[in-house]
Design a protein around this ligand. Structure first.
Ligand SMILES: [Zn+2]
Ligand SMILES: [Zn+2]
Length: 283
């Protein structure tokens, strides 16, 4: 809260013509809701996924969240925009499958690139793609794949990733180093999806199996933010790669059922993720 207030005041201090108002607008918006009572694949695949932090989150302990500043919000929104662009092309091609939300009547239904709302007949441009929800209720895992493509060969999932210098620095520092910091060179040097993306994709494919609608291929669409160049990487389902991640999820869920907090697996004295949960949660 105090850091939010500081950002707000900082935004006020400078005296730009318009961006100060935009900064304050973003800070005044309520935080996007993201449920913390499920395990998100995007977190589970991180090298620093703390099981102890997930334990507390699953028990309903309040999770501290910071409001993003303009730059960070802009990065998120740019990513969303790139997602919508690709999803819209697949929608037009008649191959985008998943949940659709009608902005006219509020109905939600499963379909492949529907031309109109099944309940109110609203036209297709009033239908918003709700992506593909993938769950394992027993392990309390819930995630969203960017798309389910039906009608171009066998069914496949898609994962759209916008790649900027930040992505490369974080996901593939060795690639950037090898290219002497040259973004274009590093980009052309990408041979396979980045490790976290790959793991996330494998988690999604495994979830489709557990839900009884197995899909055994995921296509990663990478778009370079700097010039919209694009790359495609196809990956086949291979559960072994993510088996340890599912094992960890089971560990967390078992601990929640037993009401016994797990030790931090990142750091002996606790890590930045789990230390936010106070002693009073520790009983
Ligand atoms: Zn409708
Ligand atoms: Zn921890």
């Amino acid at each position: 809260m105090t850091s939010d207030l500081k950002k707000f005041l900082d935004a006020k201090k400078s005296d730009p013509r318009l961006v100060g108002d935009v900064e304050r607008h973003l800070l005044s918006k309520p935080l996007e809701k993201r449920s913390t009572d499920v395990l998100h694949p995007s977190e589970m695949v991180k090298a620093d996924w703390c099981l102890r932090a997930s334990y507390f989150a699953l028990t309903g302990a309040p999770v501290k969240k910071e409001k993003p500043n303009l730059r960070l919000q802009s990065i998120f929104d740019e990513g969303h925009f790139i997602h919508s662009k690709w999803q819209n092309w697949f929608k037009e091609m008649g191959v985008l499958h998943g949940v659709w939300h009608c902005m006219v009547c509020g109905n939600e239904f499963y379909a492949t690139s529907p031309k109109m709302c099944k309940s109110c007949n609203a036209y297709g441009h009033f239908l918003k793609y709700g992506e593909v929800t993938l769950v394992d209720p027993e392990l309390r895992i819930a995630g969203h794949s960017d798309g389910w493509i039906k009608g171009i060969g066998n069914d496949c999932l898609i994962e759209i990733k916008s790649i900027g210098s930040g992505t490369l620095r974080f996901e593939a520092p060795e690639l950037l180093a090898k290219a002497d910091g040259d973004m274009g060179k590093a980009w052309r040097g990408i041979r396979r999806p980045f490790r976290t993306h790959l793991l996330q994709g494998q988690v999604y494919l495994e979830l489709t199996k557990r839900m009884g609608t197995p899909i055994d291929e995921i296509v990663f669409l990478y778009e370079l933010k700097a010039d919209q160049d694009y790359r495609e990487f196809v990956v086949k389902a291979d559960y072994e790669i993510v088996e340890p991640i599912f094992d960890k999820a089971k560990q967390v869920v078992d601990a929640v059922i037993a009401e016994t907090p797990i030790a931090c697996n990142i750091n002996e004295v606790g890590c930045k993720s789990c230390l936010q949960f106070g002693e009073d949660n520790d009983a």
